[in-house]
Design a protein. Structure first.
Length: 416
């Protein structure tokens, strides 16, 4: 039985054996379909309908539809639903494998994520679903940590021993050893590997042993688990995360603990409750595209200064109180010019009315330009940047009807 299913953003999920005429759909057993539906209903207060929603299609009835979050949803019965960026199918040369690789490349630019250090060049994405790719990334990172050596620490212990060691605990000595003069209830420090960071890693390995279906990953998980044989599992994950140490001596643990947060706490999106969904690792494509575009612009070296989410100015002032903070996706400077750039994760069609560009986006950027020009006393240039596809290959220029003839460029950005 095939347990791995792939759709793209806004793809449709239907019940097995139903008649359908959709593009970009997958068909699940009715029990799995109902488990996903229950998951959405149980977590409505956590905005699950932002990435998966219950809807109705004329002549077909109830279906589930993916939104603009990309990643994986793994069921407890092993069924895995992979949601890829909608750029797949919009470009002649982009295969499913290419799309996965592109998504991972974009993920590497996210701040405070475990993806940034991973080398994608040797990663085989032809048949590996995203969940196995993520597990492979974690295990490769762990392999490096093990080779460098696990850290030990002095851990405070309290034990009833046959020898006097450390500090005698008088209250406990009287309580436990009043008639056992040969024993000593003591408190002492012991230099061991059973510290919070290693407990978290061991707990992550145990969790991944249940999730992975890859023979290679399962083999590595079993081998690495032996290294942690004398380390206990975490009894309180949150407490252990809070007790983790940072600094120069723990730098080798930084990225691996980010991975542990992803797998143990689902920190990509939400913690969910009471359902047959075991794991959801989902990312909003608007944020990923914005991060990727910012990274590429900085790396290009074409600007003197680049900043994401500049937030110095406000739209209005009322009773001396500033309101409605402006946050252009990307703010850049070059010589005496300011560039305001908005990243738009939307597939444009040059043959559609107004090219499919939102009127609100045009208004918003123009208002930004006016306020930045008044405050910075520099000429402002603007751009709306969309993914480059077969239907949007060349830039389009718009001229705002005002006395300054302000131009706005709509630019196709090459993702690959």
């Amino acid at each position: 039985m095939n347990n791995q299913f792939t759709i793209t953003e806004f793809g449709i999920i239907v019940k097995e054996n139903e008649n359908r005429q959709f593009d970009n759909y997958i068909s699940l057993k009715e029990s799995v379909f109902n488990d996903l539906k229950t998951f959405i209903l149980q977590n409505k207060d956590k905005n699950t309908d932002e990435f998966l929603t219950i809807t109705y299609k004329k002549n077909y009835g109830e279906v589930l539809q993916a939104k603009n979050y990309v990643g994986i949803i793994q069921m407890k019965n092993g069924v895995t639903i992979e949601i890829l960026p909608k750029i797949y199918g919009k470009s002649r040369d982009l295969s499913v494998s290419d799309t996965r690789k592109l998504f991972l490349k974009m993920l590497k630019t996210l701040k405070d994520s475990p993806f940034k250090k991973f080398d994608l060049s040797n990663l085989k994405t032809d048949r590996m679903p995203l969940n196995e790719i993520f597990i492979t990334m974690f295990l490769d990172e762990l392999s490096i940590l093990i080779k460098r050596g696990l850290k030990s620490d002095y851990i405070g212990m309290q034990k009833n021993l046959n020898v006097l060691k450390g500090k005698l605990k008088f209250k406990e000595q009287i309580k436990y050893n009043l008639i056992h003069k040969e024993r000593f209830f003591v408190e002492f420090d012991e230099f061991i590997k059973d510290r919070p960071e290693n407990r978290i890693i061991k707990t992550t390995l145990k969790e991944l042993l249940k999730r992975s279906k890859s023979g290679k990953n399962l083999k590595n998980i079993s081998e690495y688990s032996f290294v942690f044989d004398e380390i206990s599992e975490s009894k309180n994950i949150e407490k252990d995360f809070n007790a983790c140490k940072s600094g120069r001596l723990m730098v080798n643990y930084e990225n691996i603990l980010l991975w542990c947060r992803v797998f143990l706490k689902n920190e990509s999106f939400i913690n969910f409750k009471g359902s047959n969904v075991a794991f959801a690792l989902l990312y909003p494509m608007e944020k990923i595209f914005e991060s990727y575009l910012t990274y590429k612009i900085k790396k290009s070296g074409k600007f003197d200064y680049v900043k994401a989410q500049d937030s110095r100015f406000f739209l209005v002032k009322e009773d001396f109180k500033k309101m409605f903070k402006l946050k252009p996706d990307i703010y850049a400077e070059k010589d005496d010019n300011i560039y305001l750039i908005d990243a738009k994760w939307k597939i444009l069609d040059i043959n559609s009315p107004k090219y499919g560009i939102s009127q609100g986006d045009m208004y918003q950027l123009f208002s930004y330009a006016k306020i930045y020009e008044d405050n910075c006393k520099k000429h402002v240039k603007m751009a709306l940047v969309y993914p480059k596809t077969d239907k949007f290959l060349e830039e389009v220029n718009f001229e705002y009807l005002d006395e300054k003839n302000v131009l706005l460029k709509v630019y196709p950005f090459e993702l690959v």
